[in-house]
Each structure stands twice: as structure tokens, then as C-alpha cells.
Design a protein around this ligand. Structure first.
Ligand code: FRU
Length: 492
């Protein structure tokens, strides 16, 4: 036996903390990651860039890390795409394929539009690649939009092609600014939205804007998503959205200014972005699964930062108005391995149908019919001796809850141990839940994505039990499917 050394301690620590490395969610190879950036599909590859500090597990001089995937599930890590330089750090932004060579950088050049941040001054800039995003050149005449002088926050350009011109959405305080261009180099201000709409409890960041179908697709709306740095639905940062019209120059909300719509009611879904040029015309988004309230102290060791599963967006007419629905992309079905299926059955209080089942990477899909007397029903996942994460529907209150107070490590930040909830109306007396469990996260999609709760958790590795419970009376389980999920492949 050898005496423990500092090095052994480090290794032991490393193993302990690596149990939080997800099986199928995207994480950086090492060190710090925050927002997704530059998401675009080009010649068979989904590109994913990200805010990256390659030198430490905390935020620092920002780079754009880079990965590509053919199927949104398995990812190849590529070298860093954009490094900071004398003009500043590389903050968030987007990427487009310049199909018509409008900027003159080359046929089908990939162009990244990003914010330089230097001494808190922010400008908008270009970099381009003509080799499928493997190498990048910064535009010699940067910036393409100079700092306006009167704004501290002026960042995160989301650019897309609209009919006959480029559109840029930019976050500026509690406002989104719109610009138009025909060549990505000269930009004209075309309008703004905000100034009192929605949640203004924190700085607005990382906008996205797109048109998506409503219900059966015979109608559509524009959706503007906006990260809010503070005052989110579960405390700290959160993602709100607006529904309305966009005429190529400015966005108009169809809801009054006091309406606040949250894309996700968990604590860990921030700065989401959608892919430009998705080949199947789907609008697919993923977000950073963290929260600025505690992002820098989550208990991982060699890496920090993880992205949600990609979600396909649509709009649904509800009794409260039109709402955004998020569904896990169908590609995730590739991960399904061992399948457990239950026929319709009545669940009685005090019995656990899932006794003996274990899992750390799981998909759970269930439909419940609410019966008389039942007060509350749901699942416990990542259950161990004294750990559990509880997903429950409270019938009288009509709320879906995600309780991570006993989920494992929770003391590293104030208010991490919390119950997050969202209002959820049963449809024909039914509640459906689709739940994705991984090493350190839970994503709950209820009633076909109309309510979503995304939370990080840090349970012990051996807490892998499952429970199905009801309180107050029986609940009818119309269907239940549980899949053990295979790990995704992440390689260099
Ligand atoms: C959002 C954000 C962006 C900024 C980036 C810096 O999380 O604050 O507004 O560009 O992170 O890393």
C-alpha cells in the first residue's frame, strides 16, 4: 500500500467529479463552457460553437470552441475556431452560410458574426471560413457595427437571411435592436423591440428570432427568444419569449407588454440558440444548462458547462393564448436501448411499480389519467439512500414540480436546493410526461412540450433507483415506456 499523495487525491477527486460527466449531453472536452454560438447546418454537418475558456473551469477570456455532428447526437470536437486578440474577447454570436457570396469572402463561405468585448465596450464583427469551418479568418475591416457610445450592453448578434436581405437581432439592455444588410458588412438600424415588454429584471442577452408553424401548420407566427440575466422563473437567469409579427425590419408583439412567457421553468436553460439552414426546415434549439447565479461553482472538476438536448419548436393554441412547445428531437430515439413497457394499469398509493429498476441515463414516457381523490403523482429518479429528485403533478394546484432539494450535492450555492414549478392544465383529464435523465441533469417535457422544466442535479453515482408514486388516491397509468439510453459518442 502506498501513502496517499496530493496527486492521488487529485485523481480521486477527478473520478468523483467525473461521475457528473453526462452520457449523452454535450460538454466541452475540458474547462469552461457557456452559451451555444454560431449554430448552422452546412454540407451534412450541424455546427455547434460555444463560449469557451480553454484555460480554466471558470469564465475568462472567451473563445469560440467548436464541434460538429451529422446526427445531433454524436459529436466530433474540433480545434478552437476563434481566439481573443487585441480587439477583445470573442463573445456570443451566430453563423450563416453566404450562399450568394454577398460579402465577397467566397462561394458558400461560412461567416461568423460575433461580439468583441474589450474593457466592457462591445462591437459587432465578422470572421469567415471557406473550408467547412475548419479554419477561420477575421475580417480585416472589423468592426462592422461600432460601439454606439451610449450603451454598455450591445452584444450577441443573431443573423439570418430574410427574403432578400440579412437581419441582425442584437441585445442592448432591455431592448432588442434590429439591423438589416445586403452584404453583412454594412448594416442599417431598422427598429427595436422591448423597453418595458416582458421580464426586465435582468439584462437582455442572446436573442433569436424565427418563424414557426402554429398547430397543424396552416398558420404561423414569429417568435423572439431572449435570455434575461436575472429574475428568471426559478431565480437567476432564464429564457423568455415573445410571439408576434416580423416584417423583415422590426418585430411587434401580439401580447400586451405585461405578459411574461418563459421558455422553460427550470433553473438551467439559458442563452438558447437555434440552427440556421436546418435541412428539414425544423426549428431546433438547445441551451446552456446552467444559471449565472451559480454557474461558476457547480461541483464538476475538469470541465464545467453542459448543453440541453436539442429541442424542436412549434406553437400551440391554448386557452391562455398561443404558446411555444418544445419536443426532444426525434434523433434522440437512436439512443434507446433496453425498453420496458407497461400496459394500462391503476397505480395505488404505497406501491412502487418500478421497484428494482435502475438507471442513470434514461428516457421515461408516461401518460396519466387523473382519478378521483388523487392529490399528487409522479416519479422519483436518481433515488439512493438519502437522495432523490422528485417530478410530481399536483392535481388541485394544477402545477408540475421538479424538486431537487434532496437531489445530492446542493450546498455549493444559495437557493440551489429548491422546488421549481410550472402551471399545467390537464388535457381531457390527461397529463403526459417525457423525462430525460442523465448523470447530472433532468429535462421534463409535459403535455407534448407545452411545459418544460430543466434542472441540473449532482447525485451520487450509485443513486440510480426509480419510483412511481401516487398520493391521496389511485391514478390511472394509460401507458408507460422506459428506455435505458446508450451513451453518445464524443471524439476528437
Ligand atoms: C450570456 C452572455 C452573453 C455574452 C456571453 C459572454 O450568457 O453573458 O451575453 O456574449 O455570455 O460569455
Amino acid at each position: 500500500m502506498t501513502e496517499p499523495t496530493a496527486r492521488n487525491d487529485v485523481l480521486q477527486n477527478q473520478n468523483m467529479h467525473d461521475m457528473y460527466r453526462p452520457e449523452y449531453h454535450f460538454t466541452p472536452p475540458s474547462n469552461w463552457m457557456n452559451d451555444p454560438n454560431g449554430m448552422v447546418f452546412f454540407e451534412g454537418e450541424y455546427h455547434l460553437f460555444y463560449q469557451y475558456n480553454p484555460k480554466a473551469t471558470v469564465w475568462g477570456p472567451m473563445h469560440w470552441g467548436h464541434a460538429v455532428s451529422k446526427d445531433l447526437i454524436n459529436w466530433q470536437h474540433l480545434p478552437i475556431a476563434l481566439h481573443p486578440d487585441e480587439q477583445g474577447m470573442i463573445f456570443s454570436g451566430s453563423a450563416v452560410v453566404d450562399w450568394n457570396n454577398s460579402a465577397g469572402f467566397g462561394e458558400k463561405a461560412l461567416i461568423a458574426i460575433f461580439t468583441y468585448n474589450k474593457d466592457h465596450l462591445e462591437t459587432q464583427n465578422l470572421a469567415f471560413s471557406t473550408d467547412k469551418a475548419r479554419t477561420w479568418t477575421k475580417y480585416a475591416d472589423n468592426p462592422v457595427i461600432a460601439h454606439p457610445g451610449n450603451l454598455n450592453d450591445f452584444r450577441d448578434p443573431k443573423v439570418f437571411w430574410h427574403e432578400d436581405h440579412w437581419v441582425m437581432c442584437l441585445a442592448a439592455g432591455d431592448t432588442i435592436l434590429f439591423y438589416t444588410s445586403t452584404n453583412l458588412k454594412q448594416w442599417e438600424p431598422s427598429g427595436s423591440f422591448g423597453g418595458g415588454y416582458g421580464s426586465t429584471n435582468g439584462v437582455w442577452e442572446t436573442p433569436d428570432l424565427f418563424k414557426i408553424p402554429l398547430d397543424d401548420g396552416s398558420d404561423s407566427r414569429w417568435v423572439l427568444t431572449v435570455g434575461v440575466g436575472n429574475g428568471g422563473p426559478a431565480g437567476g437567469s432564464g429564457t423568455q419569449y415573445f410571439i408576434g409579427a416580423f416584417d423583415g425590419e422590426r418585430f411587434v408583439s401580439e401580447n400586451p407588454r405585461e405578459v411574461i412567457l418563459w421558455a422553460d421553468h427550470g433553473a438551467d436553460y439559458y442563452a438558447p440558440q437555434s440552427w440556421n439552414d436546418e435541412p428539414n426546415s425544423r426549428r431546433m434549439m438547445l441551451g446552456w444548462m446552467s444559471n449565472w447565479h451559480y454557474a461558476k461553482v457547480t461541483p464538476t472538476f475538469t470541465w464545467r458547462g453542459v448543453f440541453s438536448i436539442p429541442r424542436e419548436l412549434s406553437l400551440t393554441q391554448t386557452t391562455n393564448g398561443i404558446r411555444l412547445a418544445h419536443k426532444p428531437v426525434r434523433e434522440l430515439e437512436k439512443l434507446r436501448n433496453i425498453h420496458y413497457h407497461w400496459r394500462p394499469t391503476a397505480i395505488q398509493p404505497g406501491l412502487n411499480l418500478l421497484d428494482g429498476l435502475q438507471g442513470k441515463a434514461l428516457e421515461i414516457a408516461a401518460e396519466f389519467q387523473i382519478a378521483k381523490n388523487v392529490k399528487c403523482f409522479g416519479f422519483c429518479v436518481r433515488v439512493g439512500m438519502d437522495e432523490r429528485t422528485i417530478i410530481s403533478y399536483r392535481v388541485k394546484e394544477k402545477t408540475l414540480q421538479l424538486d431537487r432539494t434532496l437531489s445530492g450535492k446542493v450546498e455549493f450555492a444559495d437557493a440551489f436546493a429548491a422546488v421549481h414549478s410550472v402551471e399545467l392544465q390537464p388535457v381531457d383529464n390527461l397529463i403526459s410526461l417525457q423525462i430525460f435523465v442523465d448523470s447530472s441533469s433532468i429535462e421534463v417535457f409535459a403535455n407534448h412540450g407545452l411545459a418544460v422544466l430543466t434542472d441540473c442535479i449532482f447525485p451520487s453515482d450509485h443513486s440510480q433507483g426509480l419510483e412511481l408514486f401516487t398520493e391521496g388516491g389511485q391514478v390511472i397509468l394509460n401507458s408507460l415506456d422506459i428506455y435505458q439510453l446508450d451513451p453518445a459518442k464524443f471524439h476528437n
